[in-house]
Design a protein around this ligand. Structure first.
Ligand SMILES: Cc1ncc(COP(=O)(O)O)c(C=O)c1O
Length: 449
């Protein structure tokens, strides 16, 4: 690229050449023929380059829980960038990193009191799985290597995450994945659960499948079970009443570690800091990302119980205890953004707000029942999902059109997976805006009938 053409490419006021960027999890050719471009954002809205406001029904990608471009977060990032742009976390530390870890540990239930930082949900999951394996090694039970995930689970896109995950398309193209992984059954059954609000009554017994897996492999070979308390990316599957408690009991019975992947459910999405609190179930590790700093700077992490952390703190004091980490673990900008975000969550009581709004949200989302092609609606916390009937021989086409028309014609951003529309607005959403989002989604559903 010549100096002149690179200057032209940096000029964002001119129409972009869309060729070079290969977009993730995107129908690239379709996007490039009819782009959905976003130029800026504020509070509950995105704005297109032409200045059209699009209400955010998805908190970006389940992450902007405090709303967009909050002045306090912007200021904190700017200040940090001017003060300490980068600091290595291998053998060095900085104040914002320690303050952020302490702040997150305070929010976590029970004795989950140490935080390992990384930069995304995928890295958080792979980190948690590695800590589980290494933990059993340092405990002298290195035979515990098997990892148990769940069908329809989404744990990001690292090899660990897709191995324990259960979304077929995310696995089928990528070879043999990790060995020694097994899966629990997913918890969705439309015949038993359709149009449930919150946790469905039916399905706690599905946790008992862990007994079958233990009987098959023997507990002495199993390191950990990982589940999302609420499966998000597969289309919003709230846990059946009693299911997570049962999973905890069975893990305790066999000494198996339980990991909650709270990359979506963390930071208020279900009306509590973590879903673990909502369900009164204390896992051994919690993975987080997204909402930790409202999606502003890439950040993820794993919160671990004291006993797990302490098991590593043996041997010579100058020896590395865990051979794992990332160049950007605890990046100063991500930490500054996280601290400012956590202040907003606390000062504006956004987790409590999500809890208070849950019934209003549920009423609104469930009002879409009866619209054409609506097969099921689920709601929990400030999350909702609408399953649409697939078009013949074109699974996903109806929801794709809904997402596209929602953005272009009805000024609403939504998330889709298969033929499911998923909604998860920023936690600052007002009751009027809930009405507006659902009204727009209703219009879109009619438009794609
Ligand atoms: C439960 C869960 N785990 C992991 C991830 C992966 O996060 P990331 O895209 O930041 O790698 C996601 C993303 O949606 C998620 O929902």
């Amino acid at each position: 690229m010549t100096a002149q053409s690179s200057r032209a490419a940096n000029d964002l006021s001119a129409p972009n050449d869309l060729e070079a960027w290969w977009l993730p999890f995107t129908a690239n050719r379709s996007f490039k023929s009819r782009p959905r471009m976003i130029a800026r954002a504020k509070d509950m809205h995105y704005y297109t380059p032409e200045g059209r406001a699009v209400i955010d029904g998805a908190a970006g990608l389940w992450c902007c829980n405090a709303g967009h471009n909050r002045d306090e977060i912007t200021a904190a990032i700017q200040k940090q960038a001017a003060e300490l742009d980068y600091s290595p976390a291998f053998q060095f530390g900085h104040a914002a990193g320690f303050a952020t870890a302490a702040r997150i540990a305070q929010l976590a239930p029970g004795d989950l009191d140490h935080v390992f930082f990384c930069n995304s949900g995928s890295e958080a999951v792979d980190t948690a799985l590695k800590i589980a394996l290494a933990y059993w090694n340092v405990q002298g039970q290195g035979g515990r290597t098997r990892l148990i995930g769940r069908e329809r689970g989404y744990h990001g896109v690292g090899f660990g995450g897709i191995s324990v995950g259960g979304i077929v398309k995310n696995r089928q193209f990528f070879g043999s994945l990790l060995a020694g992984v097994d899966h629990l059954p997913h918890t969705y059954n439309r015949a038993e659960q359709a149009f449930s609000r919150g946790e469905p009554e039916w399905g706690a017994h599905l946790a008992d499948d862990l007994e079958r897996i233990v009987a098959l492999h023997d507990a002495s070979t199993i390191a950990a079970v990982i589940v999302e308390p609420m499966a998000g990316s597969t289309g919003v599957l709230p846990p059946p009443k009693g299911y997570l408690q049962r999973l905890r009991q069975i893990c305790d019975k066999y000494g198996i570690l339980l990991i909650f992947d709270e990359v979506i459910s963390g930071f208020g999405r279900l009306g509590t800091a973590f879903a673990a609190e909502r369900y009164g179930v204390i896992p051994d590790m919690i993975t987080f990302a997204k909402g930790v700093n409202s999606g502003t700077v890439p950040m993820g992490g794993v919160i671990v119980r004291k006993g797990i952390h302490d098991a590593f703190m043996k041997g010579p004091e100058n020896a590395i205890e865990l051979f794992h980490g990332y160049t950007y673990s605890g990046h100063p900008l991500a930490c500054a953004a996280a601290l400012a975000t956590q202040d907003i969550y606390r000062d504006e009581k956004l987790f409590e707000r999500a809890k208070e709004l849950e019934p209003v949200w549920a009423d609104a989302v469930h009002s879409l029942k009866g619209l054409p092609n609506v097969l099921d609606i689920r709601s929990i916390g400030l999350v909702g999902a609408i399953d649409l009937a697939s078009r013949p021989d074109a699974v996903g086409a109806r929801a794709f059109e809904a997402m596209d028309r929602g953005f272009h014609d009805h000024d609403v951003m939504m998330r889709i997976t298969g033929d499911t529309i998923a909604l998860s607005p920023p936690l600052i959403v007002s009751e009027d805006q809930i009405g507006e989002i659902v009204d727009k989604v209703g219009k879109v559903i009619r438009a794609v009938a």
